[in-house]
Design a binder for this molecule. Structure first.
Ligand SMILES: [Zn+2]
Ligand SMILES: [Zn+2]
Ligand SMILES: [Zn+2]
Length: 326
């Protein structure tokens, strides 16, 4: 039976089916492939020639993560921030940062196959970079994201993530911030803490939990087998994550990606880290988290036109399949 559900954070509607979920084998997708390292700019001899390295952290005698300026940046640092109005239209100079995070030393090891120890170094680097960028008074927000596989938007097959720091707060973040602030004013509680509590109690959408994090298939996802990773303890900013939690995050992140790759070998995916903008306004009402989007389906006319999403595997069934994958 079809069921219409509402995402509790931003009120987005989705349609799912409470029975007759399709067999995971019926999904078709373009597998991510790793092309030859011959011309890869991130490894071998080429990696010695990378200019404009911002941060590098080593593990076990090799570099584990390198933050470098994007060769084709969407926004640039050395441009003075200036705002204009052109009649009813607003515009501003393209000030910001666009960095590539090379998160695997080895060309042939995708992110989900690096060790938890290496992943911990990558996470520590991201937190460090978030803290550094916070000091730039022209910047308001940092979005960390990963595209894995060509159909998820990756142009190079050597594992990498990116960060874009912007002088404005992105629309999706504004939506989450606005709704969570409203919820907080009404209930005096953080909506994400409430999600953590309810999901922990009900258990039906949990994939895995450890001492500090919970991975769930959200109640009203946009994509089948979507996952959110939430810190169990309230914290509005990714950059404020405690060092003791880096390892737990690496473990739960790798756990989900591993399960996903077992159920859907070679599946392209994206993930984004949602955090509060710089400043303390959202300290009590917002709760940082990671959203992971498997690329099993394509966004088409109905989704573009309505903002509704149709999910062929119910979140409860998806969580069960992922739980049983290992
Ligand atoms: Zn490479
Ligand atoms: Zn919270
Ligand atoms: Zn979010």
């Amino acid at each position: 039976m079809p069921e219409i559900r509402k995402d509790p954070v931003i009120g987005r509607w989705i349609i799912t089916s409470t029975d007759d979920s399709i067999d995971p084998k019926e999904y078709s997708y373009d597998k991510a492939e790793i092309k030859s390292s011959e011309k890869c700019p991130f490894c071998g001899k080429n990696s010695d020639m990378i200019e404009n390295e911002i941060l590098r952290r080593n593990y076990d005698g090799k570099w584990a993560v390198r933050f470098v300026e994007n060769k084709f940046p969407a926004l640039i640092e050395n441009i003075k921030i200036d705002r204009y109005a052109d009649g009813i239209y607003d515009k501003m100079t393209g000030h910001g940062m666009h960095e590539v995070i090379i998160d695997s030393h080895d060309h042939n090891t995708p992110f989900h196959e690096i060790t938890p120890e290496e992943m911990e170094i990558v996470i520590a680097g991201m937190v460090e970079r978030h803290r550094m960028l916070k000091k730039d008074r022209d910047l308001r927000y940092v979005l960390f994201f990963k595209n894995y596989g060509a159909s998820a938007g990756a142009s190079l097959s050597h594992s990498h993530s990116q960060l874009i720091a912007t002088p404005v707060v992105p629309k999706i973040a504004v939506e989450e911030l606005t709704f969570s602030e409203k919820y907080y004013k009404y209930k005096e509680r953080c909506i994400f803490c409430d999600i953590v509590d309810q999901e922990t109690e009900e258990e039906i959408r949990i994939i895995k939990q450890n001492d500090s994090f919970l991975s769930i298939v959200p109640f009203a996802p946009r994509f089948p087998f979507e996952c959110w990773i939430l810190p169990k303890e309230h914290n509005f900013s990714f950059g404020d994550m405690k060092k003791k939690d880096f390892r737990s995050l690496a473990i739960i992140l790798k756990d989900y990606l591993k399960r996903l790759q077992i159920v859907f070998p070679g599946l392209p995916y994206n993930f984004v880290i949602h955090t509060a903008p710089f400043g303390n306004r959202y300290r009590d009402c917002y709760h940082w988290h990671i959203e992971l989007m498997p690329r099993l389906t394509k966004i088409a006319g109905f989704e573009w036109g309505s903002g509704f999403y149709i999910i062929q595997t119910s979140p409860e069934k998806a969580a069960k399949i992922l739980r049983e994958a290992l």
